[in-house]
Design a protein around this ligand. Sequence first.
Ligand code: UDP
Ligand code: MG
Length: 323
Amino acid sequence: MQELNKTLYVVIPCYNEEEVLEETTKRLKEKMGKLIKDKKISNKSKVMYVNDGSKDNTWELIKKINKSEKLFTGITLSRNRGHQNALLAGLMTAKTYADVVISMDADLQDDINAIDEMIDKYNTGCDIVYGVRSSRKKDTWFKKTTAQGFYKFMKFMGVDVVYNHADYRLTSKRVLEEFSNFKEVNLFLRGMFPLVGYSSDVVYYERKERFAGESKYPLKKMLNFAWDGITSFSVRPIRMVLNVGIIIFAVSLLVLLYCLIVKLLGKTVEGWTFVVGSIWLVSGVQMLSIGIIGEYIGKIYSETKARPRFIISENLEEQNAKR
Ligand code: UDP
Ligand code: MG
């Protein structure tokens, strides 16, 4: 069992969030205050806002909040780099000060009451706790359908994601330390954390409405994000090309046979057999070749990402030396 009373940092990326920050600050102050009072977390715990190059007064607001409340701190990025990069910046900064970090969105659509349960799970030895949406009653029909389609499509494309989990999650310091060895540039954090391993659990909560401001994830950004997730995590699209190549090549052999039979029966015009046969055979060979080349590109791709090949969580030799 891990020791109680650890330092918690809550990391929140903010892009043009001046409309929500005050309310968010108020609610989190209450929540964190209670957790500190109940000795669930240490009194060095903080909320860290990450200003993702906002064009409005978000950063001025964060600085103002930081002046009046020592519970709140912040960092700002030199320009807008997108949610995932902002979140990573926050996590990597917070890990130097904290024992455990929770990431969430500025609009508090993810229920902050789930924090208690996350901390409890952490205290019983979980290194990662995923927040999972139990229902989306408050999301619009469109958001709900596209978001759920997203998870299903990801699964189909061979990406291992926790269903209905976004970026509301608790991670321990050692997970973040190991995570810093993932050097890839195209980030899809919710797919990367499961790769770190260690024991994990989920906490269910109900997703709420955005109480102010509007979504910073329009459909176009969401599609880009899904595409990033698939292409960063899976070579299945390449495999599909290869499979189609194999099928077309096989079919082309049958078509050739058919052409020959028709020719032998004398039911064709001059040149037909040659033209049709060539089209099928050449296309089949081409598709197959692209698939094979793709397989190698896929290998190069995963090599260049240079993800850690393994992470050792316990070494008895080290423990023996301490005895
Ligand atoms: N966000 C960010 N940079 C961006 C876009 C969004 O840091 O370029 C932050 C935003 O401030 C919020 C979180 O990402 O804290 C999630 O955005 P939003 O709530 O708009 O997404 P939705 O809940 O609609 O999916
Ligand atoms: Mg939101």
